[in-house]
Design a protein around this ligand. Structure first.
Ligand code: ZN
Length: 378
């Protein structure tokens, strides 16, 4: 199964030349799930006939969050760097204790694990439904997750997102957003500042405002569940101007912002944009703000929740937090206790020669069997 999934390219990217359809993966999963007795629904993304989510349910789909379990994963992968791969990224390579291939670990490998855990279930013996979700565009726009939230589905009491956590249950992650701030001024001879409008002078005021905001946020918010317990703002790169004796005509700053659970991402981004506009108001420049993608929202489930505690006991690992973003916020917002837990390690994700350690597979199947039994059968 993993070989078939890896063999279906499903790169998602904000760059349209690299972006690919995910329908090959979706249709394959739907076929396998139907063979196991699941009812399947392929949900195309609005305006994107080449992209879809899959919702597959065994048992009667719930109308509320009374019971049942969702197993969720994304079907897309990140792009790859051909020159750094030692094998064909779309051909599963079986080598000693590892499976190599694009998406093996993040996270096509989760689907065969979930299917193996579900394969001996009989719909008639279920006391609550089991739902498998496969989404589109998690690695780029999160459009698949957004579409699920907009449609109000799926519903269940619990959800596991099978991202590679080395089978450590994760109950919270920060929100992530990246922004580019472009300032266009006018260049001219450096001997007379009135001949132009210096973009770096304006940028200096933007940076001052950003650092003041960062300091304020760090004083205002703290969450000790995270290794870095405060919200962060990284000034990542700055480009501007061309020569010391010319007025700097344009400058661009790119920042990365990581918010803690409980912070309101929308209002903070509004505040940030207002501060930037205010900072350049006295300068004769134009401002262009651009987000690389819609922000990934922060996520937190109760650290002592039923599902996270159970997964911690089964995996013999302390629940924790991570520094990467997932679709967890969407499922959490639909009313499910959501935990990120899956086979494979994030260190191997988004890397050339991505692999899944075979030793992760059997324990992951066993753990999923346990929780399926606990929440859908017992
Ligand atoms: Zn992933």
């Amino acid at each position: 199964m993993l070989s078939r999934l890896v063999g279906e390219p499903s790169i998602s990217s904000t760059s349209s030349e690299i972006d690919r359809s995910n329908l090959g993966v979706i249709e394959q999963l739907a076929t396998w799930l139907e063979d196991l007795g699941f009812d399947t629904e392929i949900m195309p993304l609005p305006g994107r006939p080449d992209k879809a989510n899959l919702i597959a349910t065994l048992g009667t789909p719930p109308q509320d969050n009374e019971g049942g379990l969702v197993l969720a994963g994304h079907t897309d992968t990140v792009p790859f760097d051909d020159s750094l791969w030692q094998s064909d990224p779309f051909r599963l390579k079986d080598a000693e204790d590892r499976f190599y291939g694009l998406g093996c670990c993040d996270m096509k490998g989760f689907f065969p694990v979930a299917l193996m855990a579900a394969r001996s279930l009989d719909a008639d013996t279920l006391t609550a439904p089991l739902t498998l979700i496969a989404t589109a565009d998690e690695e780029s726009s999160m459009a698949g997750g957004r579409q699920l939230l907009a449609s109000g589905r799926p519903r269940a009491k619990y959800a596991v997102i099978g991202e590679p956590t080395g089978m450590r249950p994760i109950f919270a992650h920060k929100g992530i957003s990246m922004m580019s701030i472009k300032i266009e001024g006018a260049s001219g001879h450096s001997s007379d500042p009135s001949l132009g409008a210096n973009a770096l002078d304006a940028m200096h005021e933007v940076i001052t405002a950003l650092i003041a905001l960062r300091t304020r946020l760090a004083q205002q918010y703290r969450d000790d569940a995270f290794e870095v317990s405060i919200p962060t703002m990284n000034l990542g790169c700055l480009h501007g101007g061309d020569n010391p004796n010319r007025i700097c005509g344009s400058a661009e700053l790119q920042i990365d912002l990581r918010l803690l659970p409980g912070m309101n991402s929308d209002s903070l981004h509004d505040e940030l944009e207002a501060l930037i506009h205010q900072a350049v108001a006295q300068h004769d420049v134009t401002l262009n703000l651009h987000k690389a993608y819609p922000p990934i929202l922060p996520f937190a489930s109760p650290a002592d929740g039923e599902l996270v505690t159970t997964l911690g006991q089964l995996s013999r690992q302390e629940p924790g937090t991570v520094a990467f973003g997932t679709e967890a916020h969407f499922l959490q917002s639909l009313g499910m206790e959501t935990v990120v837990w899956g086979p494979g390690h994030i260190d191997q994700a988004h890397q050339p020669n991505e692999y899944l350690h075979k030793g992760q597979i059997e324990p992951a199947i066993d753990t999923l069997k346990h929780i399926i039994h606990r929440y859908c059968v017992a």
